[in-house]
Design a protein around this ligand. Structure first.
Ligand SMILES: [Zn+2]
Length: 706
């Protein structure tokens, strides 16, 4: 009784020990390659594991041909045995005793999985432990899973571990696409992994493979015809390089695991080729680097990504992923301001914005062409990317509000306070990442409000034909697009949208040096349209709903684009409802369209139809053009050291008016037709006043510093 009890306790203890003998994670501590796949599961690229082995993260399944070949070669009773195969072990024992040393394994595939996980010496004692652990492994996992564990960790020669890595290294294809001959080669290889490279043992390898193919045919896995074809296939040559698409993207993926990305392999290849081709051309002009991001607006996912073009072209910045590098934004943020100002009723679609010299606490914006146009409709200012009107618009909209808007649009690099950027925020005063800017544009493209529609309409390429040499572009598809060029010709941006796709392109030098002639339109634009041509065409353009509660028809002044007053030539326009609270047109008095003198002075040369005032209200008859009140000026010197003087300039609405000039209440001269005086005021604060023959006056206060 007692003895029986002890036997039971001993048996139970053995059983518990057996249950607990297998580590929870068999391959704990093993490092794997970084593997990145396309959205469809194709290999984009991989990186070697931390221990310098090509060992792909384990799969849960094994392709059918390899599984059949492996079982046939290694362990024919695998499907039925409980982890150990007594018949095979017995035969191995006999063989070993006969020859006097270990010649035959007799190990099942399950035991081999245990051996691969433990990496112990091959002794009889270890083999017994492996047998026990193998029975326990059979309890834990399905046969399929055990095969997968084996396939993922078996050695395949050199530093190639696991079926998936071996398949790519030797055959350049995923394991699921291997032929019978290839599957058989890989099934026999773990048994003699060195033979793959050795010239002489390759004959043995070939013989082994063909014997296995014959067995597969005899077993009925392989037809006679397939067998005849299979034995004709040659063995693989030197290992092949792995695919290397989206190399910067792959580099940024989590290490040592398999990542299923959102990239589309076929598109990725085409985009990479297009970007590399353009970048190689630009490299001859000293523009070494280029990045591009393509987003599917429907899913919001990145479908193609080039962190830097032409990785094969040796240069210092080649490893920099520029799509993630903060770069000066130039004009690329302007559409977000236009859309927000329109949506919130700060302006209407074609509100006239000032385009005149201005000095805002020391900030004196210039247009790209260094011209002033007096006054420009907001949509045209956006399409032509004029700097001065956007600065006026940003001042009206508010820097802190715009800053918050950009942050919430995902531009994570705007880490400084709004005050730090000031009004230069709209002219490239901030640095952003191409990937984030493209995502923000993609979000803009998926809205379908009226303000968004007007923004897209302003950005259509038909509105800006002269920025780009269209002969460089094979075929032009309709897109809303914006360019940006940063100060010093360092960054060229082009971002384009269709309802379905958003494409962002950056070109320049990773090290930040500028290249004269680099512009967003000419340098980045052609690549944008090359990529657009690779994408499936959209069937429709952006649309908006007229019945939306957020839009209303209202009368808008034909000349100023603002809400029509009683004297304005009005026309009906659908505007965002918030626009009803926008400023009414201040430029019409008794049917005449009259701009303030400074705007008029710059506006008139571009608008021959503009007549101006016949009888102007006194307060706006005369204005200073330069300087603006509050300006702080220093007097330029000639090379000799002599002071050159500053040209002060005023404008009068009547071409033949005479102006009398006074500095600090002292008369200093008069002008007619052309109201300019070159003066050299002493350092300090001054007031300059002009008076016309009707007694209208204007004055400006400024400070001269030494
Ligand atoms: Zn008006």
């Amino acid at each position: 009784m007692n003895k029986k009890k002890w036997i039971w306790i001993f048996a139970a203890a053995l059983f518990v020990a057996w249950l607990l003998c297998l580590p929870r994670d068999l391959f704990k501590g093993v490092s794997y390659s970084t593997v990145v796949e396309s959205a469809e599961g194709e290999l984009l690229g991989a990186r070697i594991a931390a221990d310098q082995q090509w060992r792909f993260p384990p799969c849960d399944t094994v392709p059918e041909r390899f599984a059949k070949a492996l079982v046939q070669f290694e362990d024919r009773r695998f499907r039925w045995h409980p982890g150990v195969d007594p018949a095979a072990l017995g035969r191995a024992l006999v063989d070993n005793v006969r020859s006097g040393h270990v010649v035959s394994g007799g190990s099942t595939l399950t035991m081999q999985v245990i051996r691969l996980s433990r990496q112990k010496e091959r002794t009889l004692w270890q083999k017994m432990i492996e047998a026990v652990l193998a029975t326990r492994l059979e309890l834990r996992y399905s046969k399929r899973r055990i095969l997968a564990l084996y396939a993922s960790h078996a050695p395949f020669g050199g530093n190639v571990v696991g079926l998936e890595a071996a398949s790519w290294r030797y055959f350049g294809r995923p394991a699921a696409e291997l032929s019978w001959a290839e599957s058989a080669t890989l099934a026999v290889l773990p048994n003699a992994p060195a033979s793959i490279h050795m010239g002489r043992s390759r004959d043995e390898l070939l013989a082994k493979r063909n014997r296995l193919l014959l067995r597969l045919k005899e077993h009925g896995d392989l037809s006679a015809d397939d067998y005849e074809a299979a034995i004709q296939e040659p063995l693989p040559d030197a290992p092949l390089p792995l695919p290397s698409w989206a190399s910067h993207y792959v580099e940024g993926c989590p290490k040592g695991v398999r990542t299923r990305s959102s990239l589309r392999l076929s598109l990725q290849r085409a985009v990479e080729e297009a970007v590399n081709r353009r970048s190689d051309e630009l490299a001859r002009e000293g523009i070494a680097d280029m990045a591009a991001v393509v987003i599917d607006n429907h899913s919001g996912e990145i479908v193609a990504y080039v962190g830097n073009a032409s990785p094969y072209r040796e240069r210092t910045g080649v490893s920099v992923d520029i799509a993630l590098a903060p770069r000066s934004t130039g004009s690329i943020l302007k559409p977000f301001l236009y859309k927000a100002a329109l949506e919130e009723g700060v302006i209407l679609p074609r509100t006239l914005l000032p385009d005149i010299p201005v000095n805002l606490s020391g900030f004196a914006p210039q247009n790209f062409d260094r011209q002033f146009y007096g006054a420009v409709p907001a949509d045209e200012a956006l399409a032509r990317s004029l700097n001065v009107p956007s600065v006026f618009l940003l001042r009206q909209y508010g820097v802190p509000k715009f800053h918050a808007l950009l942050r919430s649009a995902g531009l994570s690099t705007l880490t400084q306070t709004p005050e730090h950027y000031g009004l230069s925020l709209i002219l490239g005063g901030a640095e952003c990442k191409l990937a984030e800017i493209t995502a923000a544009y993609s979000a803009l493209a998926t809205e379908n409000g009226l303000a968004q529609w007007y923004t897209m309409d302003a950005l259509k390429e038909v509105n800006r034909p002269d920025e780009l040499d269209w002969r460089l572009i094979r075929s032009v598809r309709k897109a809303a697009w914006k360019t940006g060029t940063s100060y010093g010709f360092r960054d060229a941006w082009a971002v384009g949208m269709t309802p379905r796709w958003t494409i962002g392109v950056w070109a320049g030098n990773a090290d930040g040096h500028g290249v004269p002639g680099l512009t967003g339109a000419r340098t980045a634009g052609p690549t944008l349209f090359d990529i657009l041509n690779l994408l499936p065409e959209d069937k429709e353009w952006f649309c908006h709903s007229e019945r939306s509660e957020e839009s209303v028809w209202t009368s808008v002044c034909h000349d100023s684009g603002m809400l029509a007053g009683p004297d304005c030539p009005g026309e009906d326009l659908l505007i965002p409802a918030a626009g009803l609270d926008s400023e009414p047109c201040p430029y019409h008095r008794t049917d005449e369209f009259v701009l303030p003198p400074v705007m008029e002075w710059y506006y008139r040369p571009y608008h021959p139809e503009y007549t101006g005032a016949t009888a102007r209200p006194a307060s706006t008859a005369v204005q200073f053009i330069y300087p603006q009140t509050g300006a702080v000026l220093s007097i330029p010197r000639q090379l000799s050291g002599e002071k050159e003087g500053i040209v002060f300039r005023a404008a009068h609405h009547r071409p033949d008016a005479t102006l009398w000039w006074h500095m600090d209440n002292t008369y200093i001269g008069e002008t007619r037709f052309q109201h300019e005086l070159r003066l050299t005021p002493a350092p300090g604060k001054h007031t300059l006043t002009v008076v016309d023959d009707e007694g209208n006056t204007a004055f400006v206060r400024f400070t001269i510093i030494d």
